[in-house]
Design a protein around this ligand. Structure first.
Ligand code: FAD
Length: 322
């Protein structure tokens, strides 16, 4: 019996957030007296997969089908069910990201399994299998007890710090019976996300909202981000207006970030935005309206015009670093 985890990879490397999922699975395996089987879909080098042992995976089940290098939700679901059946697994874990959110509900429906989407804690086994998660876009927390035999969990990103140990995972090829339907989606084009720091992994984030007035002022956000070594993000209307690309949009309908520092510039702090950023350790808000709701969620606040404050803040960081 083992805990099965969906592992994501890109350009030959495991995504950092998937290492967190494996570590989380290892914690559950320890509590339940089982082991961890990581499911790798698509092409990946053996040594990279073996290294998953350093985060708690005993075994890697590998489906080396190049079509799986891109998300095909039906095929991923099929592969995970095959893996779970092979391992006699009662717990399946994915990330609470675009891939996990596409696959987990399908798994839940097909396996008649209870699902906790966006887990923030290990299960409390003292009275069932209760897991903490956000509800009402982060306004409150709930403890959800999964009572079904098979359990599906998506783990909120950046919830637990990563730590590496010694270990090497064994690799087994997993045969899955795919049908043409599993690959019903045709990927026409892939756009690579540019930038040195990936938003999901960033420890520091500078984010802009409609208060930045227009894309012509984004150099100020990028300037501060560059000085700090931070990633850039934005509110949804900013992405909708094509001031910034959609992968930078955070919130209920965008990405989730949980960095050490989130600097929100000209963002009002609507509940849908907070849903994606309220897990940040420290929040700094720059807004010209002292009544902006974001100040309630902030650790530090600056009331004033962002277009004046940002150059001064960037200069101050530059001086500090010299
Ligand atoms: P605004 O609300 O227009 O706020 C701009 C802020 O900038 C104001 O607080 C203003 O005081 C300040 N400002 C103006 N000028 C300056 C200046 N010169 N200097 C400093 N501050 C200034 N939103 C998201 O962000 N992410 C989501 O995932 C998301 N999902 C949604 C899902 C649903 C179903 C719905 C209904 C909405 C969703 N929204 C989401 C939209 C959300 O409700 C807000 O409308 C949005 O977050 C507002 O974006 P904003 O703060 O950039 O703009």
């Amino acid at each position: 019996m083992s805990v099965v985890v969906l592992v994501e990879h890109t350009e030959g490397n495991i995504k950092k957030k998937s290492l967190e999922a494996i570590q989380y699975a290892a914690g559950i395996a320890q509590k339940t007296g089982t082991t961890v089987s990581a499911v790798v879909l698509g092409t990946l080098a053996d040594n990279v997969m073996q290294d998953l042992g350093q985060y708690g995976a005993q075994k890697v089940l590998h489906v080396p089908d190049a079509r799986l290098n891109q998300l095909h939700a039906r095929a991923y679901t099929n592969a995970l069910i095959t893996a779970a059946q092979k391992e006699d697994s009662k717990i399946i874990i994915a990330l609470h990201d675009i891939n996990g959110r596409a696959v987990a509900p399908r798994l839940s429906a097909k396996l008649k399994a209870g699902l906790v989407a966006g887990a923030l804690s290990y299960p409390d086994l003292t009275n069932g299998f209760a897991i903490k998660k956000q509800v009402f876009s982060g306004k409150a927390f709930a403890y959800v007890n999964i009572t079904s035999d098979v359990k599906v969990i998506t783990l909120m990103l950046n919830t637990f710090p990563l730590s590496k140990t010694e270990g090497s995972a064994s690799i087994q090829k997993l045969d899955v019976n795919f049908s043409d339907k599993d690959f019903g989606i045709r990927v026409k084009e892939t756009n690579k996300i540019t930038g040195d720091i990936q938003l999901a992994d960033a420890q520091l984030v500078v984010s802009g909202g409609r208060g930045m007035k227009g894309p012509e002022n984004w150099g100020l956000i990028e300037g501060l981000a560059k000085e700090l070594g931070a990633a850039t993000a934005c509110s949804r209307p900013v992405a909708d207006a094509h001031w910034r690309p959609h992968h930078e949009h955070v919130g209920q309908t965008g990405g989730t970030v949980r960095p050490d520092l989130y600097i929100a510039v000209g963002i009002s702090g609507a509940i849908q935005h907070l849903a994606g950023v309220s897990g940040s350790k420290t929040i700094v808000v720059i807004n010209k309206d002292p009544e902006a709701p974001f100040f309630k969620a902030a650790n530090y606040g600056v009331v004033g015009d962002a277009l004046e404050i940002l150059p001064r803040l960037t200069q101050a960081v530059e001086k500090f670093r010299q």
